[in-house]
Design a protein around this ligand. Structure first.
Ligand code: NAD
Length: 260
């Protein structure tokens, strides 16, 4: 379905980004992986995805806090793979603390990685999409783009911001066969969530099991974590032939969390 298309997925060495990269490659796209981690592990993942899909799979370690490295990621992809058709702005970090204890440097890092990196990616990728006459921008927001939870001021602010960015870009590119949409997942059991459980437990004075049951899944009526595979399938749909009227949307995939 996506043969001949090139996708960059930021933050795809782990969790949701890796799941979306796998889904796009299995749907026929060439993909560029990005993110941090052990070099040998990343190479193993890259090589395995390339051999199981038959698609070119590259890795670029651009740091999403560095606008010049983001510019280089987009330019290199266009040069090496011929186009930049799909960008998935997924890289993200979290920090959980009451506002009065929230470290300002964590605020800056979360805004840079979870929000500003998406601006820089879009800024550099849109000219390639306009030239090709087709493009897809997928931003990973969160249920926390639609509603808040305590102790996550920077994350919630960044995720609300990314919905505004998504809508604005959607309006600007609508007549160029380019769409911009945001996916708003509920809790997915990835390293990002696993890491915040101890901090949430500390902030709320709970055990880690109580945090999983009474904080994380308390918000999700299904009482189930969202699957990475379902997010991959949604991303493939948003790039597929029946997606062209989805534009500027904030798509919840959170077991009914924001229906409450
Ligand atoms: P994760 O921690 O498993 O993966 C994050 C990825 O981002 C990793 O590949 C990491 O290396 C990369 N990354 C971190 N800092 C980076 C930087 N400076 N430059 C480049 N890459 C960087 O997290 P995840 O749960 O898969 O989250 C992915 C996205 O989905 C995030 O935007 C997150 O906010 C969003 N999200 C996650 C959940 C959830 O429950 N896990 C829910 C809603 C939204």
């Amino acid at each position: 379905m996506l043969h001949g298309k090139t996708a960059i997925i930021t933050g795809s060495t782990s969790g949701i980004g890796l799941g979306i990269a796998k889904a796009l490659a299995h749907a026929g796209a060439q993909v560029v992986l990005n993110g941090f981690g052990d070099a040998a592990e990343i190479e193993k993942t890259r090589a395995a995805l390339q051999s199981e899909t038959g698609q070119t799979v590259l890795y670029n370690g651009a740091d999403m806090t560095k606008p010049d490295q983001i510019a280089d990621l987009v330019a290199k992809t266009a040069k090496e793979l011929g186009s930049v058709d799909i960008i998935v702005n997924n890289a993200g970090i979290q920090h959980v603390a009451p506002i009065e204890d929230f470290p300002p440097e964590k605020w800056d890092a979360i805004i840079a990685i979870n929000l500003s990196s998406a601006f820089h990616m879009i800024h550099h990728a849109i000219p390639h999409m306009k030239t090709a006459g087709w493009g897809r921008v997928i931003n990973l927001a969160s249920a926390h783009g639609l509603v808040a939870s305590p102790f996550k001021s920077a994350y919630v602010a960044a995720k609300h911001g990314i919905l505004g960015l998504t809508k604005t870009v959607a309006l600007e590119v609508a007549e160029h066969n380019i769409t911009a949409n945001a996916i708003c997942p509920g809790y997915v059991l990835t390293p990002l969530v696993e890491k915040q459980i101890p901090d949430t437990a500390k902030a709320r004075g709970m055990t880690e099991d109580e945090v999983k049951r009474d904080v994380l899944l308390a918000a999700q009526p299904t009482k189930k974590f969202v699957n990475v595979e379902d997010l991959g399938a949604l991303a493939v749909f948003l790039c597929g032939p029946h997606s062209e009227s989805f534009n500027g949307a904030s798509l919840p995939i959170e077991g009914g969390w924001t229906a409450q």
